[in-house]
Design a protein around this ligand. Structure first.
Ligand code: NAD
Ligand code: UDP
Length: 335
């Protein structure tokens, strides 16, 4: 079975592409390379010793998409392509609606034109936003508080409505919590083109000396050590959740929305301590003002994913840091 992976040279898409190939699927990657490098394709091949087809292009390019669907018998689409910075989404909202919403419309139009009716969509815990809860199950109220979260919320709603009008259209919307970690080979990890905003890549930059110190955004939160708690999930576990979701929609043609998280949150200070332990490096940090929009804590209730997909996250914080550190060291050595 051939799977089209949009955004497949990106952080999560590349790790999923590896597991798809290892699970016996054929893979076609479509990526604009706006936030990734073409060398990722060779790395995926190197890890899996399998071939894949790569198209450089934009999900908003309807004729390119129509051509890909026409020339290939595609069984399902895994849709990772999109923009993902919360801060950037507030400054450049139109880019986020154009890529994340309109791009998904174009992709699905092209899929349906080619009679391809299965899609796995990268959603996000940001759809819960500020809903007054700290543990989110899939039925928790949705209240996205930034443009990025709103684009995910809109696409989830759109998928539901397309399904209502067309019962043979099948989708899985996967709400990721905080993906971190890297492939155990050290060859695939988070490699943003712009300055990172997320905690783990910044921690890694401080450990490697690329950044002088880490600013902890607030130590007066209502948490045990005063710093925020998040549900960090290893990208390898996250990728396994995608394979389980794909198999579920292929076998049962059911449609579902599930959280992919561990259910076990960790604080910023815990992350720093674990990274220091793994790397043997001192992480210099200072306390800074709270970041606008940050919540004390939130985490997944992962029970639905376990019930539906027989999937649970297995890799712990130590392993997340260990794999990021290996990836960073290999990157630095220019491999
Ligand atoms: P990423 O930026 O590493 O990967 C996204 C890929 O999409 C990049 O390779 C980029 O070049 C490509 N892309 C962007 N716009 C495109 C376009 N118009 N056409 C074709 N390709 C395009 O990001 P990621 O962390 O791998 O995230 C993948 C998906 O998961 C995104 O949709 C993101 O919103 C979602 N998500 C990510 C996180 C996270 O923390 N990483 C959390 C929740 C949800
Ligand atoms: N954080 C921090 N310093 C940084 C980046 C992040 O203290 O330089 C904190 C941030 O306030 C949050 C946690 O780390 O509490 C996770 O932030 P990230 O941006 O990685 O994820 P998100 O907040 O989107 O869940």
């Amino acid at each position: 079975m051939k799977i089209l992976v949009t955004g497949g040279t990106g952080y999560i898409g590349s790790n999923v592409a590896v597991q798809l190939l290892e699970s016996g699927y054929d893979v076609i990657v479509l990526d604009s390379l706006s936030n990734s490098k073409s060398s990722v394709v060779e790395r995926i091949k190197r890890i899996t010793r399998k071939n894949l087809t790569f198209f450089k292009g934009d999900i908003r390019d309807k004729s390119l998409l129509d051509g890909i669907f026409k020339k290939n018998t595609i069984h399902a689409v895994m849709h990772f392509a999109g923009l993902k910075s919360v801060a950037d989404s507030e400054t450049n909202p139109l880019d986020y609606y154009a890529t994340n919403v309109a791009g998904t419309v174009t992709l699905i139009e092209s899929m349906l034109f080619a009679n391809v009716k299965k899609i796995i969509f990268s959603s996000s815990a940001t759809v819960y936003g500020d809903n007054g809860l700290i543990e989110h199950s899939e039925t928790s109220p949705l209240n996205p508080i930034n443009v990025y979260g709103k684009t995910k919320f809109i696409v989830e709603g759109m998928l539901k409505e397309i399904r209502s009008g067309n019962p043979s259209f099948t989708y899985a919307a996967l709400r990721y919590f905080n993906p971190v970690g890297a492939h155990c080979s050290g060859l695939l990890g988070e490699d943003p083109k712009n300055k990172p905003n997320n905690l783990m890549p910044i921690l890694a930059n401080v450990a490697t000396g690329r950044q002088k110190e880490l600013s902890i955004y607030g130590n007066d939160y209502n948490t045990p050590d005063g710093t925020c708690l998040r549900d960090y999930i290893h990208v390898t576990d996250l990728a396994a959740g995608h394979i389980a979701a794909l198999e579920k929609i292929i076998q049962t043609k059911t449609t579902f929305t599930v959280n992919l998280g561990t259910g076990k949150p960790h604080s910023v200070r815990e992350l720093i301590k674990t990274f220091e332990l793994v790397s043997g490096k001192k992480i210099t940090f200072k306390y800074a003002q709270r970041r606008k929009g940050d919540l004390d804590q939130y985490f997944a209730n992962p029970n639905e994913a376990e019930r539906l997909l027989a999937w649970t996250a297995k890799l712990d914080l130590f392993r997340m840091c260990e794999d990021v550190w290996r990836w960073q060291q290999l990157q630095q050595s220019g491999l």
